[in-house]
Design a protein around this ligand. Structure first.
Ligand code: ADP
Ligand code: MG
Length: 267
């Protein structure tokens, strides 16, 4: 996994999802056909992340992306190809060694840690393979947690939590703790929690990796419905067939770079 020394334009041309330069596909209409000349909701410019483990490993290697608002992007690739690292950079959980991430016009490199955390809270929802719920809180308590910091009234927070639990079909499990819920139910709580602040972008890293096949379909159904109905942008790392039919783009990662960007037409 050494750096291959491609230029941004070469990578961009291969990716076809937008390049750092003018023209190219950056200003092409999104697959939804709307907002033809708008800025993409999420863009990266020559994004690099390396780890130094005796030798330098480029986990993310000169990645240029332009993702339009409302798109459903699926990221696949072998283990170790950089999918999780890329997702962390896109969500501002980690800093690149070079390059830029721009979310809704805001450049991460110009934000300090507090500014980045605030942007993340407003605009990004995260869903992980291991649900990361707080064990001693109920489903409702877990969903309410991110809202406690946003200065809203207790009543408003409770109502929003109930609305989200209904959305993921868990109204009757609101008072259960994570240990009293199935894996699929826990992941639905985690999805509800990710959505509390109405994020423009939902990032999910192998969200069904720990679930059985029937439960996986339920998660796919929720993501698909949200994407269609709210216009939220989804970027999902997964090999799960469940998401295949939802994707506008499938990005195939190999050794830290995007080997192929498969563009799908919307049904
Ligand atoms: P994927 O999610 O596609 O399996 P990752 O993004 O987790 O891949 O990892 C990409 C590469 O970066 C791998 O070679 C991995 O070993 C390396 N890597 C990821 N995180 C770290 C870290 N914190 N320290 C050192 N190497 C890391
Ligand atoms: Mg991973």
């Amino acid at each position: 996994m050494r750096k291959r020394g491609r230029t941004a334009d070469e990578v961009g041309a291969r990716v076809g999802a937008g390049t750092a330069g003018a023209g190219g596909d950056l200003f092409a209409p999104g697959p939804n056909g709307d907002d033809a000349y708008g800025e993409p909701i999420l863009r990266t410019v020559r994004l690099n992340k390396a780890f130094f483990m005796g030798e330098t490993i480029y986990a993310v290697n000169d990645v240029n992306l332009a993702i339009e608002g409302g798109e459903f992007v699926l990221i696949t690739g072998p283990s170790g190809s950089g999918k999780s690292t890329l997702l962390s950079l896109l969500g501002g959980l980690d800093r690149p060694i070079s390059g830029e991430v721009i979310l809704d016009g805001r450049r991460y490199s110009r934000l300090n840690e507090n500014g980045l955390a605030a942007l993340r809270r407003q605009k990004v929802g995260f869903v992980f393979q291991f649900f990361n719920l707080i064990p001693h809180l109920t489903a409702r308590g877990n969903v309410m947690l991110p809202m406690r910091f946003a200065g809203r009234s207790a009543r408003e927070v409770g109502e929003r939590a109930d609305e989200l639990l209904a959305l993921v079909g868990l109204t009757d499990r609101a008072g259960h703790r994570p240990s009293q819920l199935s894996g699929g139910e826990q992941q639905r709580v985690a999805i509800a929690r990710a959505l509390v602040n109405k994020p423009a972008v939902v990032l999910a890293d192998e969200p069904t990796g720990n679930l059985d096949s029937k439960t996986r379909e339920g998660i796919g159904e929720i993501f698909g419905r949200l994407n269609r109905e709210t216009g939220q942008t989804f970027i999902v790392v997964s090999h799960d067939e469940t998401f295949n039919g939802l994707a506008d783009h499938v990005l195939h990662m190999v050794d830290g770079w995007i080997e192929r960007n498969e563009v799908r037409s919307r049904h």
